[in-house]
Structure formats: C-alpha cells, structure tokens
Design a binder for this molecule. Structure first.
Ligand SMILES: NC(=O)c1ccc[n+]([C@@H]2O[C@H](COP(=O)([O-])OP(=O)(O)OC[C@H]3O[C@@H](n4cnc5c(N)ncnc54)[C@H](O)[C@@H]3O)[C@@H](O)[C@H]2O)c1
Length: 519
C-alpha cells in the first residue's frame, strides 16, 4: 500500500490507451461494500475471498482480455492460485518502496485496516517481510521510492514490453527471456552483468567462437574467467566440472561472483553443478544455445554430470537467476541437432494437452525448417509447461515433475547403449514411441493417440523406427536409471493429450511391453 499502484496504473492505462481496472473498486462494486468495510464486518479472510472472486472475474472480462492495466490490492497476490493466474494472463509488476516512504504516503488514510492502531512504518515492514515470497513472483519490480512517476512508468513499460516468462519460486523466482537476437540486447547484457561483481563464463569449444566470445566481449571487464570445455556428452564428467572449479578458484573469485553458462544442455548441466558447489553455491545464469537446452534444460535447476554407470547420476537442484533463450543462436546449430530438440517440445506438448499438441501440428512445417516465430511459439509453450511443473514440484516429491521424464527412460537407455553416439533428441523421440507402446500394451491409450504422435514426430523430421535402434542390450541400461524405485522403474505412461500416469514397471515387464506393440 502506498506504492503507487492506482496512480501509476491509471497513468499507464492512459499512456497506452487501454482500460484501467482497480481491483479494490471491482470488489466494492461486486460486494456493495468497501474493502475497509468488509474487513471490519467480516474479517480479512472474507475480504481475501471476495478479492479472489473479483480478480477471477476481472481476468475473464472482455475488458481485461482485450488488454488493460489492472491495479491490484497489495494482498491480491497472497494466494498462489491468484499469482499463477496473473502470471499467465499478463505481465505482473511489483511496485515497492522503503517502509518509511510508504508510511509517509498512507499517513492519515482511514481506509487502511492493516495499519489500524499500529506504527505504520513498523506494520508495513512486517507486511513486506511476510509477503516477500509472493511479491518476488513477478515479471519485474520497480522501486517507486527512488524513481519519480515518469521514470517509474518508463520502468514498468520496459518490463511490460519484454518477452519473458516467470518461474515462480518465491524469492528464488527467475525470469526466462525470449527472443531472436535478445542475447545482444543491452538490458539483457546489463542483467547478466549485474548478477555478480565478477563472472565465470562457461562454454564449449563449438559455442565459444559463435556465441560465447561475442557475449564475453559485451560483458567485458566483468568476466574474470572463461572456461572452454570440450564439446559433447562424452565430456559431461567430473573432470569438466573440475576445470570450472579450478578456473574460478584460480581467478580468486569470492561469493560475490556468478557463473554464466553459454551452450547446450551439457554446458548448462556442468556449469550449474559447478555453480552449486563453488564456495558452497554461487548464483548462475543460463544462455541455452540448442533447442534441447532451450525447451527442456533451461528451467528447473537440475545440474550434474554422468558416471560410467549412467547419465546424470550425480547432481544438484540449483535454480539459475536468469535464463536467456535466444532462438537466433539456433541458426548455427547443425540441422539434425536442432530437429532433435523438437522431441523435447513434443514431449512437453504431450504433457500439456490438446492445445499444445494441435499448435505443434499446425506449425510442424515451420518448425522443421527452423522458422523463428514458430520456434519461439513452441519454445515458449514448452518452457511455460515446465515452469508450471517446477513451481508445483521443484524437488520431484509430488510425483508431478517426474512426468517430464516422459520418453526419457528408454531414451536415456538408447543414448547410453550407443555410447552417447545417438543424439539426445533422437533418443527422446524413440523413447516417446516406446512410451506409447507401453501405454498401448497396458490397454490405457486413447484410440489413435500413438499414431497421431508418431505422425507428428515424423512431420518434424524425428525418428520413430524404434525396432531398428533397439538392441538386446539396450533396456539393461534402464536398470541404472535414477528414477527407479525399489527395483521398478516409475514409468511415465502417456494416455492421451495432457493425460498420463505413473506405472511401476520392472525392466523385464518394460522390455516385454516395448517389444510387443508395433508402432
Ligand atoms: N538439466 C536439465 O533439466 C536437462 C534437461 C534436458 C537435457 N539435459 C541434458 O542436456 C544434454 C543434452 O543437451 P544438448 O542436446 O544441448 O547437448 P550439447 O550441449 O552436447 O549440444 C549439442 C552439440 O551442439 C553444439 N552446439 C551447442 N549450441 C550450438 C550452437 N548454437 N551452434 C552450433 N553448435 C552448437 C555443442 O557444442 C554440441 O556439440 C544432456 O546431457 C541432457 O542430460 C538436461
């Protein structure tokens, strides 16, 4: 309260020529009583219920759907459900200021029930502390105590015009920026630079000359160390991690430093792991440069490396502070590598539902060709799905995040069995085919779903000839997959668009189901 939501909201709406909605006024119109009256007569919980109902109605209204500025009450974002709805419906900006500044602004206002009978600055400081996690889940924050109205409006508009998605994790929330060429945007470079007083940049030998070196030049003196790892899954090892550790420690970085990963999924996983362990944890940012990395590994914070026993067997969950998905980087990617990444996009759409799957089918030609807009649309949707899942089940305890393993149980086995010669995306495509076979074998598949997904995979240029790639030795690799629980694999069975279930399967049962059907 007192941060300027109504005043700046009204001015912003006028400037952009859109409608302005004040949620407190909407509550009053719906309930026939002011927020302060509802507070006084029915209590805060009843007011929050009324506020949530008014918000839901506002977000569904023509006025807001067509584009509007909505000023929310400070408590309107306390419910996770409301916050998620807001983050999906538009751009959510938190206005804030020091408690003393806010207190001076609201002094003498009788319509502030939360301050009644309290020292306003103290009460506001307590409220801000209690609400810090909720207020951090936004597209951006603007300090209206330090900026005058014109500068604050400009800052809000800048956030509104960015193409960004939020991974809502309380104070650890972060944004994923999207675009073509966004890696060279001065505000993005500035944000990367502001992550640490010194930066350790990690990349691989292929990405270094193409994308990492130009970015390092823009970050200039901030870069304390540059680590160029050998490319490829074969180098996703503890030795590569040690090279990052040693380069950072050799440059005498301290806890004010940050790690910036520029590259595919291998670089991201290694740099993230190094960041999570260096000096007991440094912040890090990720600039994914393959479609696999953009669509699947950019969000969620899983880091790690492979061991001879299998992939990703040692690792941590360490969320980045910022992710920059620049689809322009895909232009230098080998075509087969880029198309392989579409398998992760299909996986996400299968988990997401009919709309996502239909959108991929409609865009299949463009995606296969590498059309920038189609790729951006598909990547955004895949990342949004993953962000929702990670927000709900960050540590894979609710049985939700494990869904992202769809197609990966058999996919990882195929990759490992080929000595990592097979591309990750191709292995995932074949793994999706295997998962559909399992669903069919269990009698759980919606009619025609397997053929529909296989058609889409082929339309995107992905392989579906599982029998030709599966060797007798392949499924033995499943036994070392870390998603095993007491002898059985927790297999993600796709039933239809947006519908899946977990099925505990022994390796033998899995092998039987994969072999039986013929997709
Ligand atoms: N952390 C997660 O949540 C997560 C999710 C999915 C996958 N992964 C991991 O990601 C890895 C696979 O990622 P990947 O497919 O990006 O592999 P990768 O990092 O090995 O990249 C593939 C190849 O493309 C090159 N390359 C990368 N960007 C390029 C560019 N813009 N132009 C030209 N060449 C470029 C790389 O040097 C490499 O040779 C696996 O190790 C997998 O386990 C992690």
């Amino acid at each position: 309260m007192g941060a300027g939501k109504s005043t700046l909201g009204r001015a912003l709406a006028a400037r952009r020529g859109v409608a302005f909605v004040d949620l407190d006024e909407a509550v009053q119109a719906r309930e026939g009583a002011s927020p302060a009256q509802i507070f006084a007569t029915a209590g805060e919980a009843a007011f929050r219920d009324a506020e949530a109902r008014a918000l839901e109605a506002a977000l569904a209204s023509r006025e807001v759907v067509d584009g509007a500025v909505v000023a929310l009450g400070g408590g309107a974002v306390l419910r996770a459900r409301s916050r998620r709805a807001l983050l999906e419906a538009g751009v959510l900006v938190t206005l804030h200021a020091e408690p003393a500044v806010l207190a001076a602004r609201v002094e003498g206002d009788p319509g502030r029930p939360l301050l009644a009978g309290r020292d306003p600055a103290e009460a506001l400081a307590e409220l801000l502390d209690a609400r810090a996690d909720a207020y951090a889940e936004c597209h951006g924050a603007v300090d209206t105590g330090r900026l005058d109205a014109a500068a604050a409006l400009e800052a809000i508009e800048r956030i509104a015009d960015e193409d960004a998605l939020v991974v809502p994790l309380g104070r650890r929330s972060y944004r994923v920026r999207f675009g073509a060429g966004v890696i060279a945007d001065p505000t993005v470079v500035g944000e990367l630079a502001s992550l640490g007083d010194r930066l350790v940049m990690v990349t691989d030998a292929n990405v270094e000359p193409l994308w990492a070196a130009p970015l390092a030049a823009r970050l200039a003196a901030k870069v304390a160390a540059r680590v160029v790892l050998p490319a490829g899954e074969a180098h996703k090892t503890i030795e590569s991690v040690a090279r990052v550790w040693d380069a950072a420690l050799g440059a005498h970085v301290d806890r004010g430093a940050a790690v910036v990963a520029v590259g595919g999924g291998v670089v991201g996983d290694l740099a993230g792991f190094a960041a999570s362990t260096l000096l007991r944890g440094l912040p890090w940012a990720l600039v994914p440069t393959t479609l696999v990395a953009i669509a699947d590994s950019s969000v969620g914070g899983k880091t790690g490396f492979d061991r001879p026993q299998g992939k990703n067997l040692v690792g941590t969950v360490h969320q980045p502070r910022l992710v920059v998905c620049d689809v322009a980087t895909l232009a230098t990617l080998d075509d087969a590598e880029r198309i392989g990444g579409l398998a992760e996009v299909v996986k996400a759409a299968m988990l997401d539902g009919e709309d996502a799957l239909g959108a991929l089918e409609a865009d299949a030609d463009g995606l296969r060709r590498g059309d920038v807009e189609a790729t951006l649309r598909a990547a955004r949707r895949a990342v949004a799905l993953k962000a929702r899942i990670v927000a709900a089940d960050e540590h894979e305890r609710q049985g939700l995040r494990v869904a992202l393993n769809l197609g990966h149980t058999v996919g990882h086995a195929l990759e490992a069995d080929s000595g990592y010669a097979m591309r990750h995306g191709e292995a995932v495509s074949l793994g999706l085919v295997a998962a559909l076979r399992v669903a069919a074998g269990l009698g759980a598949l919606q009619p025609g779903y397997d053929a529909r997904v296989a058609d889409l995979l082929r339309a995107l240029g992905l392989p579906t000839d599982l029998d030709a790639r599966l060797r007798p030795s392949t499924l033995a690799w499943v036994a070392s997959d870390k998603k095993r629980a007491s002898g059985a694999v927790r297999f993600v069975v796709p039933l239809g668009p947006g519908v899946w279930r977990l099925e505990p399967l022994t390796v033998d049962a899995l092998a039987g189901l994969v072999a039986a059907a013929n997709l």
